[in-house]
Write a protein that binds this ligand. Sequence first.
Ligand code: XLS
Ligand code: CA
Ligand code: CA
Length: 438
Amino acid sequence: MKVFFPEVKEPIRYEGPDSKNPLAFKHYQANRKILGKTMAEHLRFAVCYWHTFKGLGSDMFGAPTMVRRYNASGDPMRIAEDTMHAAFEFFTKLGVRFWCFHDRDIAPEADTLAETNRRLDQIVKIAKRLQRETGVRLLWGTTNAFSHPRFMAGAATNPSPHVFAYAAAQVKKAMEITHELRGQGYVFWGGREGYDTLLHTDMRRETEHLARFLHMAVEHRRQIGFRGQLHIEPKPKEPTKHQFDFDAQSVHAFLIRHRLDGDFKLNIEANHATLAGHTFNHELEYAVAHGILGSIDANRGDPLLGWDTDQFPTDLYDTTLAMLAVLRGGGLKTGGLNFDAKLRRQSIDPVDLFHAHIGGMDAFARGLKIAAKILRSGKFEKFKSKRYAEWDTPFGRKIERGQVTFEDLERHTLAHGEPRQQSGRQEMLENMLNEFIR
Ligand code: XLS
Ligand code: CA
Ligand code: CA
């Protein structure tokens, strides 16, 4: 068997916080139990195919910088096969139990849809065998309906019904292979579903088409007996100036408006949250509060850059607050933490892929440990419930139950005068959080 990552000989091990070995986990201990579940069950880490194996460091200004052994052959299908073997070698050495892919990541597109699908089948067969041999499972599959020039004006929101049909055929196939690989979910990220100018865009019509498309996807899922969870991944901009799936709250409204809310959950990405002017924590809390958190794309942006830098997560505040939201929401069920993150262009060695993922896994493992401690202490929950305590009095309850009118409230205010004020204690709470994180 060919070895694609000879620089890492053994599977990465847990060596504890004092270890100085850069190729060891300091916090991620797969089988350690926290709040009744193992860390692996809580975190459900996944590696993404596109950045990790297909990304080679090119950017708008420059060529690829990274050389990978699995790209050595001149034949595109041979490369696809070698990449799949390399991917499973990587998953196994790293110790992650899930992976994610776009259809076009795993097999190159051919001249016709029929030939493209045949190529997909050929590679899926290999993936299926490797999944069986390694026990690594598919977290979710998705479609790349944004790179090919035919999708320059969107896929499901394209002004041409023929492009809409092409995208539908592509999603149909991608959903079928996801089902074949027993994927736990399927993601819709609105690649170019948005606009660059409203001067040529019929927003109403395009969003209605998007809803129609998603209804057909729901119907196809039922028809083929695919039980995986469907997700929408919000993103406010990039590549278009305005993406229709802007953020968690606007996607939620769209789903309700089109009666799709029973069929979809959200895949929340950290970097997309910050692009929308929110925090990662905000998007997660919104999704948890409304029972629509499905899965997570774990990465981060750079606060000084205004675009989707997709860096590996290292910020302990982010991972702690994220895991706090996840735990409060009852944990990730069919979802996971997918590293939708890429190496910086100068990190050219294959071993950098290991450093990046180890760092991200440790950052979330630490976040999980801290979040569990915070929850066990009950400190923040206690503060919150005290803050809202007056809503638990007979007066507050009556309002919540819809048993009073504006007239009643006017009478109450005339009788009681100025309401009592209480401090929000933000600084004290921030200090408290720091004590947990240290
Ligand atoms: C792009 C998205 C994309 C989705 C999957 O910004 O993050 O990679 O996760 O299509
Ligand atoms: Ca993503
Ligand atoms: Ca991204």
